[in-house]
Ligand binder design. Structure first.
Ligand SMILES: Cc1ncc(COP(=O)(O)O)c(C=O)c1O
Length: 437
């Protein structure tokens, strides 16, 4: 049901935000530039819902860009954070909590023998690349078009997420000399990877990728893609960095790479392992990780790294995720949602595709399959913007960009999914009634 939404207070707060925060936000996609409409001002979250500053209740499929797999303010996580707050929030020295979370992660992901906690996904990928360069003594990195690995200089070419949303192909401020060290291949294109390796023989330190791409919208790896990359990198003496900032602990209690039957040399994690607090990590083979300071010369440090509040949130989150049947429940709901969206597309005759795996899904307004960034960029972003606004008017918060994923959480119910599919059908009907742009 569409309802007339009151947003007076949110509007007033955003007007103040625009005067003092760049674009009114602290991360670009929050400004809703590509979908239009008024950016949300959130007051609180509870399980699968967000409440804005005017008290409007929204069913949330953004889930802090995937961090909130348990939903907002899960009691076990909130209690752990509150308890720790009374015991101190940062010490600048090691705690047993860091050992506990590290032990949980290394037990779940066999490729990670040693780990280092940092505070954001960007720090994790940036540090992993520095380490790969330090270990191999090579300078080039190879990434895939449309993959996003955070906002460090080396990753800002042909990147997904906010850069895709805003149409930024190359970012001013990145020195040309550094940009030239980043090679790009189309996702799922192994011959392009082979070609780049032969053109830059013994110069590529690492290949980095999202094992399921989720920052150009969801794009799935073709069968054998990851296994082949594992083989190509090993053969060429380069490291394989699997960026699991989104996929880590999302597809199952572990990393997505395990489902593809491979072990990365280095893995990056973030989002879910912090349960909504700023935690990320990079880890991998001990012989590689031992090059990091203080054991080795590759320097990386952080005042708030391994922060006790964040460690408590991460431990509490992983304990909940380890409960039997949890992922099965999430995936069943996500599958029902995806099936419903596909049926709604068929019923309304709107050209679209739903790419999905586990609890990640993207409805592309595209007639043809979307297997890489070029395909994704071909989607009708104006139609997505209309879809986003129609859904929001029906109280459902989808990603404010065609080039992001919808995240289903453990807190979403079967009823939520039914409501979402009904709203999608109505939204698509409204779109079908207007000429394609
Ligand atoms: C796959 C991937 N890597 C790295 C990052 C960067 O993480 P952060 O935003 O915490 O810096 C993101 C952020 O969305 C991501 O999706």
């Amino acid at each position: 049901m569409k309802s007339k939404v009151q947003r007076r207070r949110s509007r007033e707060i955003f007007a103040r935000a625009e005067k003092i925060l760049v674009g009114g936000v602290n991360s670009p996609v929050r400004a809703f530039r590509s979908v239009g409409g008024e950016p949300l001002i959130i007051e609180r979250g509870s399980r699968q819902f967000l409440y804005d500053a005017d008290g409007n209740k929204l069913l949330d499929y953004v889930c802090s860009w995937g961090a909130m797999l348990l939903g907002h303010a899960h009691p076990a996580v909130s209690e752990a954070i509150a308890e720790q707050a009374w015991d101190g929030t940062s010490f600048g020295a090691t705690t047993e909590l860091e050992v506990e979370l590290a032990t949980m992660i290394t037990a779940a992901i066999p490729g990670i023998e040693k780990i280092r906690f940092v505070s954001s996904g960007t720090e994790a990928t940036m540090s992993a690349v520095r380490l790969a360069r330090g270990v191999t003594k090579r300078d080039f990195i190879l990434k895939f078009e449309g993959c996003y690995h955070g906002h460090a200089d080396s990753f800002l070419s042909q990147a997904g997420s906010g850069l895709a949303t805003l149409g930024i192909a190359e970012c001013p401020g990145v020195p040309q000399a550094l940009a030239e060290l980043t090679l790009n291949a189309p996702y799922n294109d192994l011959s392009a990877v082979e070609r780049l390796f032969s053109e830059h023989k013994d110069k590529i330190a690492a290949v980095i990728l999202e094992p399921i791409a989720a920052n150009m919208g969801v794009v799935l790896p073709e069968a054998g893609f990851l296994a082949e990359l594992r083989e190509i990198t090993t053969r060429n003496g380069a490291l394989l960095i699997v960026d699991e900032v989104i996929t880590g602990f999302r597809m199952h209690y572990g990393a997505a790479q395990q489902l593809a039957g491979i072990e990365a040399d280095l893995t990056t994690l973030g989002k879910i392992i912090g349960g909504g607090l700023p935690v990320a990590a990079y880890g991998g083979r001990a012989d590689i990780m031992n090059h990091v300071a203080p054991l080795g010369p590759v320097y990386q440090a952080g005042t708030l790294a391994g922060n006790p509040l964040a460690m408590r949130a991460g431990i509490a989150t992983l304990k909940q995720l380890a409960r039997p049947g949890l992922y099965i429940g999430i995936h069943e709901k996500a599958e029902t949602l995806v099936r419903g969206l596909r049926e709604a597309l068929a019923e309304t005759g709107v050209a679209g595709r739903v790419n999905a795996r586990g609890s990640l899904a993207t409805l592309f307004f595209a007639a043809d399959p979307v297997n890489n960034y070029t395909d994704a960029k071909g989607a009708d972003t104006k139609r997505y913007a209309r879809f986003f606004r129609e859904m929001l008017e029906r109280g459902i918060f989808m990603a404010p960009s065609q080039f992001e994923a919808a995240f289903v959480s453990a807190a979403h119910t079967a009823e939520d999914v039914t409501r979402t599919v009904d709203a999608a059908r109505d939204s698509l009907k409204a779109i079908a009634a207007e000429p394609s742009v």
